[in-house]
Design a protein around this ligand. Structure first.
Ligand code: SF4
Length: 347
């Protein structure tokens, strides 16, 4: 698994956008890491608990909210709902609105489905919302064929979803916005060391993959040393209601049909989203290669037991509208059933 994460951290080829070719280097960059010394704080915001804790921590330590923005990478590419929780985008929107923070979506055109079904085509371009409108980047690579799910394996070429649909999307969005030239930007992500041996070796801060002479970008993992308990505690203190998937019993909010789902999660997915589940199962048959490699999603679901949950929460999770308040009185805050549960994930 460690090698999987290493593969996730592979640096894409360094690209320099056209805007920065003639610009002078950003000077006066802090030698010692000073979390207050940045003009812009970009939080990669999935809507999961660790990214929520990251935002709340920034606010807690007094970072100026006017310098913070949230970026959400839409796995389904603003297209057909296929892999992600239908409610995730709206949960992110409501969270950002509740804290008065700007939220920008970015995605690979066609999302997971288009990338997976690619046949003699190049990888689709990235679209990114910016304060000045929508931008497009890439989409001119070599033409080839994918036609298989990401595999639960260490090889990045086979386990392609996170890199193609999240990491590369964020990097393209950053590299193609001239507003990040000549300022200091801190990219903040919510990995925690407790999640895995691999993550425990991550650095708390380091130069970001988008850092160049003229675009100063650092990467900070503010909750890297936090326990899960600390994460729930800060959500409770700020009265933030967690994503509905946690109340269904999931410990991680990833894609609803994450390639790392265990048998109980597969059984729950099948019960909650039967049409999408069947499509995934049918595609596994069509490709002749399953996600898990030795078991199909149907076999896994048959081995598992669906989580117990309230119908009202299920309706929230599979809706495209998040209709309950994000913030509630901390006295009414309820720890979700997915908290502290052993789950499966890419960490
Ligand atoms: S959450 Fe799972 S399926 Fe979705 S991109 Fe990450 S690893 Fe892939």
């Amino acid at each position: 698994m460690e090698s999987i994460l290493k593969s996730l951290n592979c640096q894409p080829p360094q690209q320099q956008s056209l805007f920065e070719a003639e610009l002078p280097a950003v000077t006066g960059s802090p030698v010692e890491f000073d979390r207050y010394a940045y003009d812009k704080y970009v939080v990669m915001f999935s809507g999961g608990k660790d990214s929520v804790a990251t935002v709340l921590h920034l606010l807690d330590i007094g970072i100026d909210p006017n310098r913070i923005e949230l970026w959400h990478h839409d796995i389904d590419g603003h297209g057909e709902s296929f892999m992600d929780w239908p409610v995730t985008s709206d949960y992110c929107r409501r969270f950002a609105a509740a804290f008065g923070l700007p939220l920008y979506f970015s995605w690979r055109v066609g999302g997971f489905l288009r990338e997976m079904l690619r046949k003699d085509q190049c990888t689709a371009p990235v679209m990114a919302e910016t304060p000045d409108g929508l931008i497009q980047a890439g989409g001119t690579g070599p033409q080839n064929t994918r036609r298989k799910f990401p595999q639960v394996t260490a090889a990045l070429s086979q386990r392609w979803c996170s890199a193609s649909l999240k990491v590369d999307v964020g990097a393209a969005a950053m590299r193609n916005q001239p507003r990040f030239l000549g300022i200091r930007t801190l990219v903040c992500t919510g990995e925690r060391a407790q999640e895995s041996a691999a993550r425990s070796k991550y650095l708390t801060h380091e130069p970001d993959r988008c850092n160049t002479r003229s675009r100063y970008v650092d990467h900070w993992r503010p909750v890297l040393q936090w326990s899960e308990e600390q994460v729930w505690d800060i959500m409770k203190r700020f009265g933030v209601r967690p994503h509905p998937a946690y109340y269904l019993g999931f410990n991680r909010v990833s894609c609803a049909h994450c390639i790392f789902s265990d048998c109980h999660q597969r059984a729950t997915e099948q019960q909650l989203l039967p049409t999408r589940f069947k499509r995934i199962a049918d595609l596994e048959s069509e490709f002749g290669l399953t996600i898990h490699r030795t078991k199909s999603v149907r076999q896994l679901a048959n081995e598992g037991t669906p989580y117990m949950y309230e119908e009202e929460v299920a309706e929230q999770a599979i809706s495209t509208k998040y209709t309950v308040p994000i913030r509630i009185e901390s006295t009414g805050w309820k720890l979700p059933s997915g908290a502290f549960k052993q789950g499966s994930g890419p960490q």
